[in-house]
Design a protein around this ligand. Structure first.
Ligand code: ATP
Length: 365
């Protein structure tokens, strides 16, 4: 069990700056997701925490001890790689016990420990099987067994489910999360999949181009994205963005453009110039009475809901509405935006303006 804190962590590869002054804290026992698109620096961040890469500058603390320049072997962590490499010539029991045997643990103790881990993972019946013929699920469980058998302070996982097909991936994600809940060990998990991050994580760091864009619990990140990048990256379909030039006053509770006025959460600071109003598809409602208009260009049936795409004067907008609502492609309708759920962004910096509703939840690391 461990708290992990990183402070202004930076990594350069030659003249390329892969991680830029990242700062965040992973609390003891958390399931913590490092999320971002390919190349954003999440693997490099994890590798620095694990001691497989050394920072160019900044600090890493595990349980208060600065470990930035210590090798992985001195950090008491377990790294679970995407390619679950098992020793092919050993059976399941020997694969799992290997880390303990190489530490010189006594045989009786090793047997007891392996039995305990096999019980946790539900693989008691395959302990004496060769690993060669195992299903991919069982291979993953064996690899996890080898990681948890040492009782490390923390688990680091880099896209561990990346190679699996969608259905099995979902199943293993649930299993991993349940395993974490039983063991309560701090887990840091790298993924580029926002659904996986939302589904599994207690907290999420969203990275882009080496920068921590936001850090918080999934609901904060979904409801109150700190940047336009986060708003677009999280959620499917992504948040809609209406770009406009205008002014929003200090303590404003509405904003006007395109001949319409939208109620918004109270803005703590004013702004003027290029602005963006962000709204998630489920907070767009179609109503003939609404003044802001759009033309329906597509409707995609998804079972209980449908995604309706509208052309507006400020760009396309997607609405997620109940599938029983009748819509006619080609017709014009009004759009009502849920006033409690709107986020305003400074279009130049891409940062969310602070509103009374999101005060305290925006974090730029
Ligand atoms: P992916 O999911 O594609 O691995 P990532 O977010 O995990 O993406 P990193 O692997 O951390 O990204 O890489 C961040 C950037 O640093 C990338 O542009 C990558 O090419 C670069 N990089 C990573 N390792 C090295 C290295 N050893 N030498 C030079 N550049 C590197």
């Amino acid at each position: 069990m461990a708290q992990i804190r990183i402070d202004h962590l930076r990594k350069d590869f030659g003249s390329f700056n892969a991680v830029k002054a990242s700062t965040f804290t992973i609390e003891d026992g958390e399931f913590f997701m490092l999320l971002g698109p390919s190349g954003c620096g999440k693997t490099t961040t994890l590798r620095m925490m694990a001691g497989l890469e050394f920072p160019t500058s900044g600090q890493i603390y595990i349980d208060g001890e600065e470990v930035g320049q210590k090798p992985a072997s001195q950090r008491d962590i377990a790294f679970v790689f995407q390619m679950f490499a098992l020793y092919p010539h050993m059976n399941v029991r020997r694969n799992i016990s290997y880390p303990l045997v190489s530490q010189g643990m006594k045989r009786a103790q090793v047997r007891a420990k392996v039995a305990e881990v096999a019980g946790i993972l539900g693989i008691e019946s395959i302990l004496d099987r060769p690993v060669g013929g195992l299903s991919s699920g069982d291979r993953q469980r064996v690899a996890l067994g080898r990681a948890i058998v040492r009782d490390p302070k923390a688990f680091f996982m880099d896209e561990p489910l990346g190679a699996l097909d969608a259905e099995f991936r979902e199943h293993m994600a649930e299993e991993l999360r349940a395993l974490h809940d039983r063991m309560g060990a701090t887990t840091v998990y790298v993924t580029h999949d926002q659904l996986e991050a939302m589904q599994m994580g207690d907290k999420i760091v969203v990275m882009n181009h080496g920068v921590v864009e936001q850090f918080g619990v999934p609901q904060q990140i979904y409801d109150w994205p700190a940047t336009r990048f986060v708003a677009a990256f999280i959620g499917s379909p992504a948040m809609n963005f209406l770009d406009f030039d205008g002014t929003v006053g200090k303590h404003a509770t509405s904003v006007s453009f395109g001949g319409a006025t939208f109620d918004i959460p109270e803005q703590l600071d004013g702004a003027r110039g290029a602005l963006t109003l962000g709204v998630r598809p489920e907070h767009v409602h179609l109503s003939d009475a609404a003044r802001y208009r759009g033309r329906i260009v597509a409707a995609e049936y998804l079972g209980t809901t449908q995604i309706v795409t509208l052309d507006t004067a400020h760009g396309p907008v997607k609405a997620r509405i109940p599938s029983h609502e009748r819509v006619q492609v080609g017709s014009t309708t009004g759009l009502d935006l849920d006033p409690r759920k709107l986020t305003l962004f400074d279009a130049t910096t891409g940062r969310a303006l602070v509103s009374a509703a999101n005060q305290g939840v925006l974090s730029h690391g």
